[in-house]
Design a protein around this ligand. Sequence first.
Ligand code: CNA
Length: 307
Amino acid sequence: INRVIRTRTRLPNFYKLEHLYDALEKSKKILVLTGAGISTSLGIPDFRSSQGFYSKMAHLGLDDPQDVFSLDVFRRNPNVFYSIAHMILPPDAAFTPLHGFIKLLQDKGKLLRNYTQNIDNLEGNVGVTPDHLVQCHGSFATASCFTCKYKVHGDVIFPHLRRQQIAYCPFCTAERRIKRQQFEKLEDEGATSRKFEFIDSYGVMKPDITFFGEDLPDRYHNFIKRDILECDLLLCIGTSLKVAPVSEIVNLLPEHIPQILINRDPIEHSEFDIELLGYGDEVITWLCKKLGWEIDHKDFEKIANSG
Ligand code: CNA
């Protein structure tokens, strides 16, 4: 198992691996902050790695690949999102050893909350309970009409997303057709104006994931202020910490709370007390073996024996 360990001495009692083992044994309120890197071993690309999702966006001709998740772009042209969403659809029933580790913390009564930036909903697959979970950027679990907000289970529109075909709201379809006809008529007459524009996203179903330009779900705001004061350890796993406001959590924690990073790449804009750099599933398996803990995942022993 390949890993690089980096430590610093910000906290006088927390700079050695032994301190981490001890904290994991004793902690009762761990805040686990996760990102796309905890799901990549299932083949779901992250965003910013060299083989990540953004590197596959060049053909769309966007100024910034992040625009596939821009609310304004969706409003004007929902095809952009519908043409790429199939790449990040969650696989049924799957989860990684890292998800298994979060469930293990929950089972041991140590998990205060998992703040996930992921939208793949795999925390539900492993059994992290809703009260232990904050999906900071929403998820594919539900979808809503862009116009009337009619809500459906997310999997209702999965076939459309897989076929890269827009899903429309059943209640807005007729209205959409009328508006479109009115607009086309005006256009034919050369009489279109800013006052009457046809918006392409009219009546389009949008997964309830948070786009750039949208506020985070209320649940995030309701919990985070309390949780940063209550937690006794931060584990930050599989994230580049580049998306605010979630990236700010590490700066909001009280000084005395130890901060741990488990990530493939170092995060240079933030300093952690202990950093375990490597493939997350391997690092967590190694750590659990050290602690005598067992993750309930089919690959746990295989990974443990590979190193
Ligand atoms: P990011 O910016 O792409 O960063 C991912 C981080 O994970 C990088 O620092 C990598 O080094 C690290 N990483 C990748 N693979 C591994 C691995 N096997 N083991 C350990 N570390 C690894 O993604 P962030 O999550 O930081 O950015 C936040 C965005 C990503 C959120 O808005 C998400 O909605 C969005 N996202 C989610 C998913 C998903 O739900 N699975 C997939 C892609 C993007």
